[in-house]
Design a protein. Structure first.
Lengths: 588, 66
């Protein structure tokens, strides 16, 4: 019954540091969140309309890139180390990926915060600023530091993945023929998905956006950079979600007093996410001109299939919790719900997170439909949706899980357990107000990504003022919740007494891995199929986008061979010709 | 501080010590079925509302103008 820090003190330090970085990002992101909430609901303007977009970018990037992924690497490192029951192969390598991610975060942060300066300095030939939002595709252009920072950060995650694969291979050589422990299986499938998905954003940044921002190329093809962004932009949402799923599958049954209902079903879910997360990105571009409807239809079909693993998760996780409740003496069709440990903030937080995810499933279905998407596209409905998913399912799970992890990683008991319980409930209540009003405002046609969505001589057909009040109220409750979160974390770190923390062992599933065929553990097979699906979904759309708009935009095409083209231009011309010829051959 | 520690231990032991053991074969997740069925009903009725009332039932949308 030892804690993680007792078993792996050096590794616990890496996991702990990753989570602390996540908390710093969360604090900055939350501050930006309340500033923008009060601004766009017209309650109070602490910032100017121009600064709103700096705040919006910082909120997006710090929350969904820094906070989520820093917490993810912590959870994943813990999952691999504890389930394989072995330390990392080389601690220096582990700190190296940590270093890459840290430097990357800092560079991107410098570029973003440059936007707050009245007279930002010139670095590398351009002004320090990156008001490009989290969806950083062209025509919005950031300072090179922003792109370089993102590249270093993503490379850091790649190396982290390599670290976990290395541990797995070392374990495999000592345990031939054994089934991969479930948490490690979840980490490895998610990382394969991540490697495939990040190829899109790496290409977008390294070939187009960074050279453009450095002045090496004059123009880019906006549709192409958008499409490459969404190639990464949809799977990234599952990258945020998978550590939450991992915790729902492993921690929740334990906390409920039960056992995971089915290990094979959990594996199937992660395989389905690996296969289906990437070939769906075009569903973010239903209203983009320049992509044929047929390609959008294929993306929609894939997306609808992607509902399946989440519905499987709803079943498995709820069934595991019900098992716990019945073992604790719960009776009846729904009476068992009363037997659950509702006073435990870790449990309650995760359940509320899951409940909000179920609501997010509904708004996600609306987003995913090609026709009905027209109703809500680019409106405040969409931020309403993702504050249910990443903003609650993921963020609230992470905060609740922190109340379990920090004692595991420091050996100190949690201080302020009842404050923690109030914190997770407040987050739920705040999000109910905020997201409900965001969805409804979106249906009135109020746009997203807009500092001042009010216009002269035009009235929305609904009570926008009431919705705005709810959004501001929700945002304020959420800010209060975040403050309480930091109170509990800081109290635990500063005042928590050592010892007495429950062990980190996870009970065996009811239906173990032996109940599934061995092919489920064949990672090469699933990786192969995932790549084939991506090629099928993206080759023709990308070829057609390049054919229509040019690899570096129409202007780039016309003026191309003039002047003194460098290596990059020759290479891109070559690739462009290859793609054009291939397209002609395919369409002929 | 003392009372908090006590509470932690109480809650911890409550969470880990089951009243009874229920194995794979005698477990019937009827409550899960009920909750999931309820969720499906909500999901489907809300989708119908969105499609027929908000989407098709309202005045000009992009589709309506074509």
């Amino acid at each position: 019954m030892s804690t993680f820090v007792d078993d792996f003190p050096a590794e616990a330090k890496v996991v702990r540091s990753s989570m602390y970085n996540a908390f710093v990002a969360l604090a900055i992101g939350a501050l930006m969140g309340i500033l923008q909430t009060l601004y766009r609901t017209d309650v109070f303007h602490f910032i100017s309309a121009e600064q709103y977009y700096t705040v919006l970018t910082a909120h997006g990037v710090f929350m969904v890139i820094s906070f989520t992924i820093w917490f993810l690497v912590g959870v994943f490192a813990w999952a691999v180390i504890s389930s394989l029951d072995r330390g990392v192969e080389d601690l220096r390598f582990t700190w190296a990926w940590f270093g890459f991610m840290t430097v990357g975060t800092l560079l991107a942060a410098i570029a973003i915060f440059g936007g707050f300066m009245s007279d930002p300095p010139e670095v590398l030939g351009s002004e320090l600023s990156a008001d490009v939002l989290f969806t950083f595709y062209a025509p919005l252009e950031a300072h090179p530091f922003f792109y370089i920072g993102l590249v270093l950060f993503v490379v850091g995650t790649w190396l982290a993945g390599a670290d976990w694969f290395r541990s797995y291979l070392a374990w495999r050589s000592e345990n031939p023929g054994e089934r991969i422990p479930l948490p490690t299986f979840m980490v490895l499938t998610t990382m394969i998905m991540w490697y495939i998905a990040t190829l899109g954003v790496a290409t977008s940044i390294l070939v187009f956006l960074l050279p453009w921002s450095l002045g090496l190329v004059d123009t880019v093809n906006p549709t192409l950079t958008r499409t490459l962004f969404w190639f990464f932009g949809h799977p990234v949402v599952y990258f945020w979600l998978m550590p939450a799923y991992l915790l729902w599958y492993t921690l929740l049954p334990k906390l409920a007093g039960g056992r995971l209902f089915s290990d094979p079903l959990a594996r199937v879910v992660f395989v389905l996410f690996l296969l289906l997360s990437t070939p769906v990105g075009i569903h973010h571009q239903y209203l983009d001109p320049g992509i044929a409807e047929g390609f959008k239809f294929i993306a929609m079909t894939n997306t609808m299939f992607l509902l399946l693993p989440s519905l499987l998760t709803a079943f498995t996780v709820v069934a595991s919790i019900e098992h716990g409740a019945r073992q604790r003496g719960g009776e009846g069709r729904l009476g068992w719900l009363k037997a659950l440990p509702w006073k435990d903030p870790v449990f309650t937080g995760m359940i509320f997170a899951g409940l909000m995810f179920a609501a997010g499933g509904f708004s996600g279905m609306v987003n995913a439909g090609m026709n009905i998407n027209y109703l809500v596209h680019n409106t405040l409905w969409v931020p309403g949706h993702f504050h249910l998913t990443v903003g609650t399912a993921v963020a609230l799970t992470f905060m609740a899980a922190s109340y379990w992890f920090i004692p595991q990683l420091t050996g100190k008991q949690l201080v302020g357990r009842s404050i923690a319980l109030v914190q997770v409930v407040l987050w739920f209540v705040g999000m109910v107000f905020m997201t409900n009003a965001m969805h409804r405002t979106g249906m009135l046609g109020v746009p997203r990504r807009t500092a001042e969505p009010w216009y002269d001589g035009f009235e929305y057909a609904g009570n926008v003022a009431e919705h705005n009040f709810q959004i501001a109220l929700g945002g304020t409750i959420l800010t209060l919740s975040i403050l309480l979160f930091f109170v509990v974390i800081l109290l635990t770190l500063l005042r928590g007494s050592k010892g007495g923390v429950e062990g980190s062992s996870i009970p065996e599933p009811l239906s173990g891995p032996d109940h599934s065929p061995a092919v489920i553990d064949n990672l090469k097979l699933w990786a192969g199929i995932a790549i084939v699906l991506v090629i099928m979904a993206y080759t023709l759309p990308l070829a057609s986008i390049v054919e229509r708009g040019g690899l570096f935009g129409p202007d780039g095409m016309r003026s191309f061979p003039s002047g003194n083209p460098g290596f990059l231009e020759y290479t891109s011309l070559f690739v462009q010709m290859v793609i054009q010829n291939a397209t002609e051959v395919i369409f002929r | 501080m003392g009372s908090t520690e006590q509470e932690v231990k109480q809650d911890g032991s409550e969470a880990t010590q089951p009243v009874r053991e229920i194995g794979h074969d005698e477990y019937d997740p009827i409550g899960t079925l009920t909750l999931i069925a309820l969720y499906f009903l909500i999901l489907i009725s809300m989708w119908f509302f969105m499609y027929f009332v908000e989407f098709v039932g309202n005045d000009p949308t992009v589709v309506g103008m074509v």
